[in-house]
Design a protein. Sequence first.
Length: 93
Amino acid sequence: MFNDVRFAFRQLLKNPGFTAVAVLTLTLGVGVNLALFGLLNELVLRPKPVANPDELWAIEPATAAGQPIGFSLSGAYYEAIRQHPGVFKGVIG
């Protein structure tokens, strides 16, 4: 078996064009399959653990002009929103 692997490796080194195309094809195939499975897993196989996931909203800090600020909410900010939900039915974090 070791001789077969060495022979295959030598053949790949003799044909660098074929080797490059084969490696590129395998890389693209694996990458596309991972991306599609990730989407399928997130959207179909593992639905959100809430009653109505289509009613979920994300709250993020923004400037007065409406531009999002690039940092996550602190625990104190989350607790303030959770204790005074206002128009929200509930808040999770």
